[in-house]
Design a protein around this ligand. Structure first.
Ligand code: GAR
Length: 213
């Protein structure tokens, strides 16, 4: 059965390689989705350039132009609603999501984090793993809740940490896996196969998508 493409709104702060991986997966027919709008909290974010080159509406929303986080997020929400976004994708968005977006998109915001959560949350997942001396790290796609990298886990991928790894070499190895599993997780959502029960995400087998929560 054909899957109805899910409307995505992507929030990004920087390079945008995960956004690119998602756009590539859509172009190659591996992901039933449309990136309807890209929003960044940083004017110089390469993610905005990538979106514009692909003909996708892209907006810089300056957090400092608003008196508080609620009003900043109201502006983002206005854009997401204007473009009929069904699922919000955080792709290197380096801010904690607040109440306004969480309440508008409950279990409808995904994030990718460059570590095997709950290990090494925060902004330096790769560096923290190298410094700690773990043998394996990886990446995690999860639904976003009010905590920092704490929401229900959808998919993870494991990568080895080599003895001579630096933050950068490990980050590059992890990034390859990020680009693979993020489109996969979004496709599971598009197929109606993700069900959140408490803090766990159940992946329904293909053909049992009915009764989507
Ligand atoms: C990615 O490695 C992503 O996992 C990480 O930022 C990078 C963004 O790269 N996100 C976090 O650390 C969130 N805590 P990209 O802009 O090229 O997609």
């Amino acid at each position: 059965m054909a899957v109805k493409p899910v409307n995505l709104g992507v929030l990004a702060s920087g390079r945008g390689s995960n956004l690119q991986a998602i756009m590539d997966a859509i172009a190659e027919g591996r992901l039933d989705a449309r990136v309807r709008v890209v929003v960044s909290d940083r004017e110089e974010a390469m993610a905005l350039e990538r979106a514009r080159s692909a003909g996708i509406p892209a907006f810089y929303v300056n957090p400092r132009a608003y008196p508080n986080k609620e009003e900043y997020e109201q502006e983002i929400l206005r854009l997401l609603q204007k473009y009929e976004v069904e699922l919000v994708i955080l792709a290197g968005y380096m801010r904690l999501v607040g109440k306004v977006l969480l309440e508008a998109y409950p279990n409808r915001i995904m994030n990718i984090h460059p570590a095997l959560l709950p290990a090494f949350p925060g902004t330096h997942g790769q560096r923290d793993a190298v410094e700690y001396g773990v043998r394996f790290s990886g990446c995690t796609v999860h639904f976003v809740d009010e905590g920092m990298d704490t929401g229900p886990i959808i998919l993870q991928a494991v990568v080895p940490v080599e003895q001579d790894d630096t933050e950068d070499t490990l980050a590059a190895r992890i990034l390859k896996e990020e680009h693979r599993i993020y489109p996969e997780a979004i496709q599971l959502f598009a197929e109606g196969r993700l069900e959140v029960r408490g803090r766990k995400v159940y992946i329904k087998p293909k053909g049992e998508e009915k009764g989507e929560e």
